[in-house]
Design a protein around this ligand. Structure first.
Ligand SMILES: Nc1nc2c(ncn2[C@@H]2O[C@H](COP(=O)(O)OP(=O)(O)O)[C@@H](O)[C@H]2O)c(=O)[nH]1
Ligand SMILES: [Mg+2]
Length: 271
């Protein structure tokens, strides 16, 4: 982790603008708290990725939140490409005066340089593929840049080809739970049933209708999340031998349906 952070720190020195990718469903929990420290006052474009899975009204609030902090903010869907086209203009706008003033000594203003930073699984590779598309043009190594680093010229900006990976704040149990629910961390490192029960508590309290409709439940939802998890498993025919519901399978299924936004587009962090 320390090595990855150093690499990000080194690469940050080369760029004018940082493109910070966050998960639009958890725009706070999917950030690395250290980025502010290691990037200093560098201009930033916050990309709320996976916006197709998040609550659109809350995504707008999060955009406003980041703009109020002085960043540019944009919601995107890196799978289908929504919002991606706005990114180069925001990078140029954020780089603004810096790159133009460098051009006043009789040279043409140079293109702003930027790099992408984000936690694992936030969608960095998908985002880069969408941004670069077919028009990718490698500009080769620039003087003074360590061999191996490549810049991709795209839409009037130069993008460092390898994104910076930073880690989320696993130590915080609330954050870890949200990372687990959204699929940002691997199933092996958390208790699936525990996460599913916590999610059921939240869904029953905030979106009971979505739960009832998705699973065809008539009347009130059971107050005990364990009973609810059994009920959902039963509705999906997930039985062990006999008529005992397989609660692990029920939990796995619930998380899958939640991550695919089958119960609705939800945002777990509030600005
Ligand atoms: N629905 C949705 N899924 C996305 C989006 N961007 C990435 N993903 C999914 O998120 C997962 C991780 O993406 P990837 O680009 O490999 O993440 P990386 O580790 O940051 O490079 C993949 O399974 C993608 O299908 C998006 O905008 N919307
Ligand atoms: Mg990747």
């Amino acid at each position: 982790m320390a090595k990855a952070r150093r690499l990000v720190q080194e690469n940050l020195k080369l760029v004018d603008v940082v493109i910070e990718l966050v998960d639009a469903r958890i725009p706070a929990s999917s950030r690395n708290p250290m980025l502010a420290e290691i990037s200093g006052k560098k201009p930033r474009v916050v990309v709320l990725n996976k916006a197709d899975l998040a609550d659109p009204a809350l995504t707008r609030k999060w955009e406003d939140h980041y703009r109020a902090l002085g960043f540019a903010a944009v919601a995107v869907d890196s799978v289908r490409g929504g919002g991606i086209k706005k990114v180069p203009a925001l990078v140029k706008q954020q780089a603004g005066e810096k790159t133009i003033s460098l051009g006043t000594a009789g040279r043409l203003p140079r293109s702003p340089r930027c790099m992408i930073v984000g936690i694992p699984n936030v969608g960095k590779s998908f985002f880069i593929n969408r941004l670069v598309g077919q028009r990718a043009a490698r500009t080769g190594n620039k003087p003074g840049v360590t061999k191996g680093r490549q810049w991709i010229r795209i839409g009037g900006m130069d993008l460092l080809d390898t994104p910076g990976i930073l880690w989320p704040k696993f130590e915080d149990p609330e954050v870890a739970y949200k990372l687990a629910v959204t699929g940002a961390i691997k199933e092996e490192v958390f208790n699936i049933e525990e996460v599913a029960l916590k999610l059921l508590d939240w869904l029953a309290a905030n979106h009971p209708r979505a739960l009832r409709e998705r699973y065809g439940i008539e009347g009130e939802l059971p107050g005990d999340p364990v009973v609810l998890l059994e009920l959902l498993g039963g509705k999906r025919g997930l039985f062990q031998s006999g008529m005992v519901v397989d609660t692990l399978k029920s939990a796995v299924n619930l998380l899958k349906e939640f991550r695919e936004a089958r119960l609705g587009r939800f945002t777990l962090d509030l600005p």
